[in-house]
Design a protein around this ligand. Structure first.
Ligand code: HEM
Length: 511
């Protein structure tokens, strides 16, 4: 008997409401009670299943990057890195052939604010891409800006605590933000970007992306180069002045999600080009910055951006929770031909992502369709909450090695990359740690309106901070660039004078 006729026999069709046990629900309006005024009885399975599932609808929000939007699409390789075949640098299969397409899922996000916060707030934006390659998944977990606040993973929880609301009042304050930043001068370059219009991208389609941390590419000879990844939007780049953001926020706090969703629904598919910067795999003592320092840009006149492919987003998620909320990206998720660098921040990140996802989504998060690779998966992992299926053919032999059967190790894909690592174990900051030079260069490269916005945004927030914090931030700006420092000092002095003038009438009133 086919399903349709079975349904009909049971007075059911495809639209018949059931519970999760498959029982048809004949009354979804009333719980079962003794008489129609109650009391209710506790054996009421349909009600209890429904309400207790509802009680569990939320999983823990991401500890950062809680507010996001996602879409499906594909990455198309150029097969080359500039004029050269890409195999010179990497043997990663997804890059090898011109025109080769790999499915992707992308999640854009803001960082600090909660799940339904306005999308107009000043904040970096996340730009995380999952490539479902023939060799398994590759996650490129980046941001819109090309640098970051800190260069050591040890500081990340403190940084996020300072940027999030006060644990007593639950109120966010610029004083907490700047208290941390003034005390961590390596943040100054990032602060310069975030307080400029680059801190409020107009939407997700018109922003850049960057892997931020330094990775490696490995070729078939087992030779490596250092790489940085960047996404360039074909739609152009657009950022907002604070006033424009305020105007949008007063009527719409979902504008970026809506913009992405609508564009894809209307067939106006957003597109980004993937570009890389490449450096030989060494410490580069000739540079005045460390290539592994994620608070620094690699100057593009010395390390040009080389196009290697493009990405198109052409399908909206079918269910926000199943896809956008449950998707789990991690910096440790690499395929053959792609490698880590020694960037210690990247290594700290790599532990953190999968760790939080085992807590946030569950031990078997990689079995969910959005996270599972689109290729054969065969492991000896067994059990754990919500195991959905067994991913090996031989159901008995869940160990390796075995004479009886079970899974066997794969053949290596090429010559293994075996870097030599030697040195004293220490807890130290890197040597080349000039915190303000590049911030000064970035300031000087801003357009006039961007500089004006930067100063006015900084003055607006810093004027609410303790004088010692203001002084430390002015000192960093002065160190970065004479004009930057002078304008910030003048702005803060004027703001203090204005505050005094506006405060006086109320003091007089009180007397
Ligand atoms: C040591 C520094 C860092 C640590 C410990 C860290 C940790 C985390 C954690 C725990 C999450 C939540 C993941 C989840 O619940 O699925 C997250 C999300 C994210 N992080 Fe980081 N992060 C760090 C630095 C960075 C940097 C430098 C970038 C930019 C390159 C970045 C980009 C992202 C993005 C885009 C997401 C959201 C991914 C998504 O859409 O699901 N993080 N991070």
């Amino acid at each position: 008997m086919d399903n349709q006729s079975k349904h009909e026999k049971n007075h059911e069709n495809d639209n018949t409401l059931t519970n999760r046990q498959g029982h048809p629900v004949t009354n979804n309006q009333n719980i079962r009670t003794v008489g129609n005024r109650g009391p209710a009885t506790l054996e009421n399975y349909n009600f209890i299943e429904k309400i207790s599932h509802f009680d569990r609808e939320r999983v823990p929000e991401r500890v950062v990057h809680a507010r996001g939007a996602g879409a499906h699409g594909y990455f198309e390789s150029y097969g080359t890195a500039g004029d050269e075949h890409i195999s010179k640098y990497t043997r990663a299969k997804l890059f090898q052939e011109k025109g080769k397409r790999t499915p992707v899922f992308v999640r854009f996000s803001s960082v600090i604010h909660g799940g339904h916060s306005p999308e107009t707030l000043r904040d970096p934006r996340g730009f995380a891409v999952k490539f479902y390659t023939e060799d398994g998944n590759w996650d490129l977990v980046g941001n819109n800006l090309k640098i970051f606040f800190i260069r050591d993973a040890m500081k990340f929880p403190d940084m996020i605590h300072a940027f999030k609301p006060d644990p007593v009042t639950n109120i966010q304050s610029p004083e907490r933000f700047f208290d941390f930043c003034a005390s961590s001068p390596e943040t100054f370059h990032m602060v310069t970007f975030v307080y400029s219009p680059w801190g409020i991208p107009a939407n997700y389609r018109m922003m850049q992306g960057s892997g931020v941390n330094t990775y490696k590419w490995v070729n078939s000879e087992g030779e490596a180069v250092l790489v940085k990844y960047h996404w360039e939007p074909k739609q152009g780049i657009k950022n907002l002045a604070q006033k424009e953001a305020n105007e949008i926020q007063s009527t719409n706090f979902n504008h970026a999600t809506q913009d992405l969703y609508n564009a894809i629904e209307q067939g106006d598919y957003p597109e980004w080009e993937l570009l890389v910067q490449i450096m030989s795999d060494d410490e580069h003592p000739e540079l005045d910055f460390d290539p592994l320092d994620d608070t620094k840009l690699w100057p593009n006149d010395q390390f040009p951006w080389i196009p290697v492919g493009k990405m198109v987003l052409d399908k909206n998620p079918e269910d926000y929770f199943a896809e956008v909320e449950q998707v789990a990206f991690g910096t440790g998720v690499l395929v053959d031909g792609l490698e880590f660098s020694d960037d210690k921040m990247l290594q700290g990140r790599t532990f953190s992502y999968s760790d939080t996802q085992r807590h946030r989504v569950g031990a078997n998060y990689l079995q969910l369709p959005i996270n599972a690779p689109k290729k054969q998966v065969a492991t000896n992992q067994s059990g754990g909450q919500m195991q959905y299926h067994v991913d090996r053919k031989d159901k008995h032999i869940n160990y390796e090695p075995s004479i009886l059967g079970g899974l066997k190790e794969a053949e290596p894909a090429g010559k293994e990359y075996t870097p030599t690592v030697a040195g004293k174990l220490v807890r130290e900051s890197i040597d080349r740690n000039d915190n303000t030079k590049q911030a000064g260069q970035t300031y000087r490269e801003f357009e006039h309106w961007e500089k004006d916005e930067l100063i006015s945004n900084l003055v607006g927030d810093l004027s609410q901070c303790d004088q010692r914090i203001q002084d430390a931030m002015i000192a960093l700006a002065e160190e970065a660039d004479e004009e930057y420092g002078r304008r910030l000092r003048e702005g803060l002095t004027n703001a203090a004078n204005e505050n005094q003038q506006t405060e006086q009438p109320s003091i007089r009133k009180q007397r």
